[in-house]
Design a protein around this ligand. Structure first.
Ligand code: FAD
Length: 443
């Protein structure tokens, strides 16, 4: 009898212990799911939940919640575990490393481009990187494949195909004009040099492409790649400055100049060659064109007098470095508002917007903006247009009567939207196809 009672006690204790462990486990999972739910809500509020390009898609029937995908992703909070399954949080932040795809032990992840609801426009490119316009080639992220390593590899391959297709007896000034000096354009330029081509690289901003815009402290994830005329670059985790230094050194050693601040406005086929015109009005001719312009587009200019001055910028790279300045920020979208708020801590900032209300910004930005205005940290000029930029001042015309206001000024930031690369491509006659969830990587 005593043994029976003892046994019942032991089994009951064991059952209570097991139930306790299960409850703790379930509670932990439920807490984790709640956190992921909150992150998804925030991503939706901030417009980051919907994918804009490449992104992972989880087959829930195969997912066994190992969490390997979450741990492997170098960008954070793209995927989380919710109710026992991997789920997408900030899909628009995915840049296509593919680490989740490789890490998943049950092969539950595929990488897709676009979704059923939201198509992604991609140019038509053949296997040798040529578009439907014979003689115009595309490489790098513009073709749909992100990442520095892929851009470098495609820049090399595209120029090697150009070399094979070239008839040197052409009438143009240049064998090839490369448009865009990001990783793809740099690699294309080095390959052109290696093959003895007469080439020109035109860049709307400065060398480095999207990498140039990374925060200084960002850890850049990459994998070993071959840089033409340099050899193997054995990098896994690196920084913006290490990459930019490497590119500067290789280009300098090979006497390759990049024509910076030369935004290309049009590429027109004429008598078997191409006429390239920049926004400054410079014109060049080439036998072949390599487009390595990425997918981020070109900032829209206001076309006001003084806009070419050095103090005018279309992106804010290191706000923490700027203090004690009189700054005007132009625009009414999230980029303008976020930049104005970042600068307002240490500067005298005026935000100028041509409309009477900010109706395009995220709710969180709206709250922060109203608080900054109430605290007197930021001056907002609604219904105003920037009309003139001079060395020490800017002029705004405001209100229905076009009242003129002159403000002291050291720096101008313009966020007037951008022209998508698709508009540029269409003008050049390149066909664009919309991809609605096309699989890019699948087991
Ligand atoms: C936030 C963020 C983080 C990232 N992190 C990583 C990472 O850790 N690792 C990684 O491998 N990749 C990362 N990427 C992706 C990587 O930056 C891109 O895949 C890569 O830079 C693409 O190279 P690209 O040469 O094709 O285009 P880009 O680098 O975009 O270069 C295109 C160039 O063309 C120029 N251009 C555009 N239009 C014109 C025109 N009309 N005339 C003249 N020039 C023009 C642009 O100014 C730009 O310099 C990240 C991207 C982002 C946005």
């Amino acid at each position: 009898m005593e043994t029976l009672l003892e046994n019942i006690l032991i089994y009951s204790l064991a059952a209570i212990l097991c139930a306790g462990v299960v409850i703790i486990y379930l509670r932990k999972k439920s807490r984790e799911s709640r956190i992921v739910d909150e992150k998804i809500k925030k991503a939706k509020d901030e417009g980051l939940h919907e994918p804009v390009s490449m992104h992972p898609v989880v087959d829930v029937n195969r997912c066994i919640q190992t969490g390997a995908c979450v741990a492997a992703c170098p960008e954070h909070d793209i995927i989380g575990i919710r109710n026992g399954k991997a789920t997408i949080i900030n899909a628009s932040q995915c840049i296509g490393h593919g680490a989740c795809f490789h890490a998943c032990p049950t092969e539950a992840i595929s990488l897709k481009i676009g979704t059923e609801k939201r198509g992604v426009e991609l140019p038509h490119v053949s296997q040798n990187f040529e578009t439907n316009v014979p003689g115009i080639y595309i490489c790098g992220e513009l073709g749909g494949m992100g990442l520095i390593k892929n851009a470098v590899e495609q820049g090399r391959q595209a120029v090697e195909n150009i070399v094979k297709s070239m008839n040197k007896q052409h009438q143009a000034e240049w064998d090839v004009i490369i448009i865009g000096a990001g990783p793809a354009g740099i690699s294309g330029g080095l390959t052109a040099k290696k093959h003895g081509l007469k080439f020109l690289i035109l860049e709307q901003d400065t060398l480095g492409g999207t990498v140039f815009t990374f925060p200084r402290k960002k850890i850049v994830m990459t994998s070993p790649m071959v840089l033409p005329l340099f050899g193997k670059v054995k990098l896994y985790e690196t920084s913006k400055s290490e990459l930019l230094d490497l590119w500067h050194t290789v280009l300098q050693k090979n006497n390759i100049d990049i024509k910076e601040n030369s935004k290309v406005e049009s590429v027109v086929a004429e008598d078997g060659i191409f006429k390239v015109t920049t926004i400054k009005g410079d014109q060049f001719t080439a036998c072949r064109i390599l487009l390595s312009i990425g997918r981020r587009g070109s900032p829209r200019k206001l076309n006001v007098p003084g806009e070419m001055k050095e103090k005018v910028a279309y992106r804010l790279l290191e706000p923490e470095e700027i203090s004690g300045k009189h700054i005007i920020v132009v625009g009414g979208g999230d980029s303008a508002v976020e930049s104005a708020l970042l600068l307002a801590d240490n500067n005298h900032v005026t935000l100028s917007y041509r409309n009477e209300v900010f109706n395009r910004i995220k709710p969180l930005n709206s709250i922060a903006l109203n608080k900054a205005i109430a605290d007197g940290k930021l001056e907002v000029r609604l219904g105003s247009n920037l009309t003139l930029i001079e060395d020490d001042s800017v002029t705004l015309s405001t209100g229905k009567e076009d009242k003129i206001i002159k403000l002291r000024n050291d720096l101008v930031y313009i966020f007037a939207g951008g022209e998508l690369p698709t508009q540029f491509l269409e003008k050049a006659g390149i066909k664009i196809t919309k991809k609605f969830g096309e699989t890019v990587m699948k087991h």
